[in-house]
Design a protein around this ligand. Sequence first.
Ligand code: AP5
Ligand code: MG
Ligand code: ZN
Length: 213
Amino acid sequence: MNLILLGPPGAGKGTQAVKIVEKYSIPHISTGDIFRENIKKGTELGKKAQEYMNKGELVPDDLVVEIACARLLEDDCKEGFLLDGFPRTVYQAEKLDEFLAGCGRKVEHVLDIAVEKEELITRLIGRRVCRSCGASYHIVNMPPKKEGVCDICGGELYQRADDTEETVANRIEVYEAQTMPLIDYYEKAGVIAHIDGATGLDNVFADIVSVLG
Ligand code: AP5
Ligand code: MG
Ligand code: ZN
């Protein structure tokens, strides 16, 4: 099962990814998470990526493609994978197709999660993330039982550096200009399914499962 989660910032890609990987036993590969991990560790890659991420711009294609393909070569991806936030440009999608073709594989499903802009902004500005396990909360829609503390692991909740009003607006613009053309790209490949991302967590997941079977 080779899957891609497509959708604007705040559509719920990360939230649904947790449920999908649990049900289908495939690894969750989020390029955003890989970059944040590297920023935390202070690696060279982290330093390069941080400049772009903090402004809500895309990290340069070649850097992202290299990281993603290296991850896809790891053993746990043999039976399938769930890509979250990659590819994000037509160039990245073409490189991914070339890479997969080289291993006799292909993209099987692209789940395009759509949510309107106002709702995306509300979700992102109110999001809090666990420093230890990565679980996502929302200060109004999905508050933790105890403020600032993760329900799952007791870790500290923080606000992502790119979840400020100004950066969120830019991320959405960047999505519309650079990532939305992928909808057409995967439409032509006949692998895309459109999911309404505004129907509540469990309904969104049920729609995804009905596509994947
Ligand atoms: P990345 O980490 O991928 O961020 P993003 O695409 O902006 O998406 P988010 O993680 O913000 O949103 P999400 O869809 O995962 O939503 P979530 O489930 O958390 O990328 C960050 C940056 O890294 C990029 O800007 C770029 O600089 C760089 N980068 C990464 N990949 C790259 C690439 N391929 N090329 C170039 N650069 C790259 O949910 C959001 C909130 O909504 C949460 O609070 C959640 O609780 C809530 N929520 C979720 N679902 C629902 C629901 N159904 N109802 C109500 N609330 C919900
Ligand atoms: Mg995410
Ligand atoms: Zn946690």
